[in-house]
Write a protein that binds this ligand. Structure first.
Ligand code: PPY
Length: 498
């Protein structure tokens, strides 16, 4: 059909048997796609016969329709003369949130990464905050991730002429201005209209490495296109049940210059994040590109669970040689917790591991990456040279301060990942927020390294920390402002009509 289509014709296709929608003035027949939509069919049916642009736009990569819907289902363009302009109603909630955005603290009054978190908590939509901040079950591990850093104490050295200090490093062969990389966090457009591009642009300006999430709101290519030539990028990978999709995705990433593949291994099933689940996933399927083929979506279980069923729980050690056969990128396993698995990863020929509990979002009461670092480094030392130039150990989870990073490095980490810290920075202030976060970390590194007596990252050694209390899970820990003022208590089941 090449002539313009009146809205009245679209309106005739408004049910399961024939479902057309309008996106950006184009008409699509999505009837056969309903069951495949990662966010479930219900949300599409809500817009059956109508314009879905507003719901679609913020959470789908720009080429999502082109990539997923066969060309014969692209019906044509809407006749503009038949479109009745609907002025979007500004709700009380929109007004309230805008007032809060207008009243944000000026960026130069943001002094640490915790500040971003408290601003984000206030300005984000309840759904975005629930998805980003939630952790699994009783949220013990998310708190432990912070607490663990507070059980490690410094043993600073003095009189070392610390006029110049240098905290830059090399991560998997890539130069980095900080011993920190941006860890993958999904669905950036829930927090800011530019989503992950805020990170890409800020990282380019400050020489920091970004790990692109499989479940980014922006498409992979959009992110790579926004990067500067030769800007180092890593890729986080959720492995699809359809390995051909994964193979295509990985090989495409390598072609586009991605340096390392971080395969997530701690999420064969998604943790129960009750804050997110209580939000009910009723509306706008948060789309990302590599989830084709997903069916039977549970729509009442929060944002994350609604889009996770493409992830393959059968992933096993047997798959590592297959990954090696399809790519020459560095292969890093993200989500290792024990010396046993660290050794298996080493013996399987991986180039590194991330000691991570997925920001406390997977197995609750799992130990912190920092605590696991001690046993894992000890085990790896029995297997080869240390530090091992061919095998890197990274840590993430609860990192908010340069002092946290230095503790992990002293205990053997090559570098450290920060996810939520940067996510909250762009959710509250866009790209400028991320740049401010880098500046804050830079200032903290300068001060902490001088006070610690380390002039460069190689001089941050095990003797500079006392980790004797790290494994003591009971006992006093210092009060944590973030813990006390920003983390929310878990909600409770609601009575009907309450
Ligand atoms: C997470 O939410 O922890 C993620 O890693 C991203 C994600 C989002 C939705 C489904 C599965 C994983």
């Amino acid at each position: 059909m090449s002539s313009l289509i009146p809205t009245s014709t679209v309106a005739e296709h408004a049910d399961l048997d024939s479902c057309w929608i309008i996106v950006h003035s184009k008409v699509y027949d999505v009837t056969e796609f309903l069951d495949e939509h990662p966010g479930g069919s219900k949300i599409i049916l809500k817009y059956a016969g109508k314009d879905a642009t507003e719901a679609y736009e913020p959470i789908h990569p720009p080429n999502a329709i082109l990539d997923n819907l066969p060309i014969e289902k692209h019906i044509g363009s809407i006749d503009p003369n038949t479109v009745v302009k609907v002025v979007k109603e500004v709700t009380e909630e929109d007004r309230r949130r805008q007032a809060l955005m207008d009243a944000r603290p000026p960026l130069d009054e943001i002094l640490n990464l915790h500040d971003f978190e408290s601003v984000a908590k206030t300005v984000l939509t309840p759904k975005a905050w629930a998805y980003y901040s939630s952790a699994s079950d009783d949220e013990i591990t998310i708190r432990e991730n912070r607490a663990a850093f507070q059980r490690v104490w410094f043993r600073p050295r003095i009189l070392r002429d610390v006029t110049s200090v240098d905290w830059s490093t090399n991560i998997l062969g890539c130069k980095s201005s900080l011993p920190v990389y941006i860890s993958a966090t999904a669905l950036g457009k829930l927090g800011h209209p530019d989503g992950e591009l805020n990170l890409t642009r800020a990282a380019a300006k400050h020489g920091v490495i970004q790990m692109i999430p499989t479940l980014a709101s922006c498409s992979f290519d959009e992110i790579v296109d926004a990067a500067q030539p030769n800007q180092p990028l890593f890729l986080q990978l959720y492995v699809n049940k359809d390995r051909e999709i994964t193979k295509k995705y990985v090989q495409h990433a390598e072609k586009r210059g991605v340096k390392a593949l971080f395969i997530t291994v701690d999420a064969p099933q998604l943790g129960r994040r009750e804050k997110d689940m209580r939000m009910k996933f009723v509306d706008d399927g948060a789309g990302a590109k590599v989830q084709e083929g997903q069916k039977d979506v549970k729509k009442d279980q929060g944002v994350a669970r609604a889009i996770s069923s493409f992830i393959d729980p059968s992933l096993s050690w047997k798959d590592i040689p297959w990954f090696r056969s399809i790519t020459n990128m560095h292969i890093i396993l993200k989500g290792v917790s024990t010396p046993e698995d660290a050794i298996l990863a080493y013996e399987a020929g991986c180039q590194g591991i991330v000691l991570s509990n997925h920001g406390g979002r997977q197995l609750d009461t799992a130990r912190s990456g920092l605590e696991n670092l001690i046993d894992i480094v000890a085990a790896l030392k029995t297997k080869g040279p240390w530090p091992n130039p061919n095998f890197s150990v990274f840590v993430d989870g609860g990192v908010r301060r340069a002092s946290d990073v230095l503790k992990a490095i002293a205990l053997g980490a090559s570098a450290v990942g920060i996810g939520r810290g940067f996510l909250y920075a762009f959710s509250s202030y866009g790209q400028e927020g991320v740049e401010r976060a880098f500046e804050i970390l830079r200032d903290e590194f300068e001060m902490n390294m001088r006070l610690l007596g380390a002039r460069n990252i190689r001089e941050v050694v095990p003797d500079m920390v006392d980790a004797s209390a790290l494994s003591a899970h009971a006992g006093l820990t210092p009060t944590d402002n973030l813990f006390n003022t920003t983390y929310q208590p878990l909600g409770l089941a609601q009575f009907k009509n309450a």
